[in-house]
Design a protein. Structure first.
Length: 407
């Protein structure tokens, strides 16, 4: 009570709608405000609160994946939290907490304190095993459903969804409960709004197939877009089954391939709008040296950062390359499978004779008998003598990039 005597809890989903039903004037007058599922509308929420006289310096905290091993917290004020959220790549699901109560974070942040204490402790064998176990659980939590979600909103659309589901392995059908249909078909009925369903499916599925007008889909997915490396593949099929349109994540997410597959299955026309890969430069190979236990997420961050720096897309990566001692590494295998990028491995004997462009690594040389991994692996795989990116170091990996020699 020293921090707050009035608390408001609401959903952030409808925050951007003029007819959302939220009494912003009353909400802005409360000392503590909690928004569930509001990260996608963060900018709109902050703008409305400030317009209704909430002080710009009011403390704000955003908690992503609360209480899970991968919990992430950022804090700021109303006037800078949008910028901080963008810089930190915060994404749903998460909570937004507004008010002086945010200042209790250091006092009540038991999960963060526990993890900080653990990271400072000497990591005995038991501690390392516990950490790897937590990592595996986190990866399992973050794992998306492999099969596509097929969403229809009318009976006609449902009939086409049933045809796609019957031909496309692992597909799930989602339709509104208001259709009042029943039967043996494996249909999942949702009782909330389509907007709420899409918000959930964006975080649980790698691919979404909408059977409805493109305009509806654009409005539904726009609040959740992050970037081409993390957004799911989105394909739109008209109810008549005439066109299968690759709408989002065509190359990186596989929407182009999915649109073509759906078109083949139902006899429609695939519509691909991304630039032709025929005119793109020769592909590249990403050479990787990494510690055991590296996560897919750490690989993703490093690879995507490098590709952005080199102005390359993931579709231009022919394959990853490393030594054969990492061919069964879980993080590498998951990245390769999710993004459909093959992994090529070489014996240490082949790598040790390849000249390095960077300084040799004493640690690698002592442990494996070679002076480096990422540069030799990239050069061997690309059949090249030149690197477009020399060895770059991260905490648990090194990376180099070579252009494939097509001659």
């Amino acid at each position: 009570r020293d921090y707050s005597s009035s608390v408001g809890i609401t959903t952030g989903h409808p925050a951007g709608e003029e007819t959302s039903g939220i009494d912003w004037q009353s909400l802005a007058g409360l000392e503590t405000i909690v928004f569930f599922m509001g990260i996608g509308n963060l900018a709109k929420i902050i703008d409305k609160l400030i317009k209704h006289n909430k002080a710009p310096l009011t403390p704000v905290a955003i908690i992503q994946d609360a209480t899970l091993p991968g919990q992430k917290v950022i804090t700021g004020n109303l006037d800078n939290i949008v910028q901080k959220a963008g810089e930190s790549a915060i994404h749903p699901p998460g909570l937004i907490i507004i008010g002086e109560v945010v200042k209790l974070r250091k006092k009540l942040g038991w999960l963060e304190q526990r993890e900080e204490k653990f990271s400072r402790a000497d990591k005995s064998r038991g501690a390392v095993c516990a950490e790897l176990s937590a990592l595996e659980k986190r990866e399992e939590t973050n794992k998306k459903y492999e099969g596509p979600a097929v969403i229809a909103i009318t009976e006609k659309g449902l009939r086409l969804a049933g045809k796609i589901e019957g031909l496309l392995k692992g597909a799930e059908i989602f339709v509104p409960a208001t259709l009042g249909l029943s039967g043996d078909r494996a249909v999942k009925f949702y009782s909330g709004s389509l907007k709420e369903l899409v918000s959930e499916l964006f975080t649980t599925h790698r691919a979404l197939i909408f059977i409805m007008a493109c305009g509806i889909v654009v409005r539904m997915i726009s609040p959740h877009l992050k970037d081409k490396y993390h957004d799911p593949a989105v394909v739109v099929v008209d109810e008549g089954g005439n066109s299968s349109i690759s709408l989002l994540s065509g190359h990186e997410g596989g929407a182009n391939v999915l649109a073509e597959k759906v078109a083949d299955l139902i006899g429609s026309r695939a519509v691909i709008t991304t630039a032709s890969e025929i005119s793109s430069p020769s592909p590249v190979v990403v050479g990787i040296g990494c510690h055991k236990g590296i996560s897919k997420e750490e690989l993703e961050q490093a690879i995507f950062d490098v590709l952005e720096e080199l102005n390359l897309s993931l579709s231009e990566v022919r394959n990853l390359a490393t030594f054969d001692g990492r061919k069964n590494e879980k993080g590498l295998m998951e990245f390769s499978r999710q993004y459909r990028v093959p992994l090529e491995t070489f014996t240490l004997n082949r790598l040790k004779d390849v000249p390095l462009y960077s300084e040799a690594s004493p640690c690698v040389e002592n442990a494996l008998g070679v002076k480096g991994i990422c540069e030799p692996a990239a050069l061997l795989s690309a059949n090249s003598e030149d690197l477009i990116l020399k060895k770059r170091r991260w905490k648990n990996l090194t990376m180099a990039v070579a252009r494939v020699n097509s001659t």
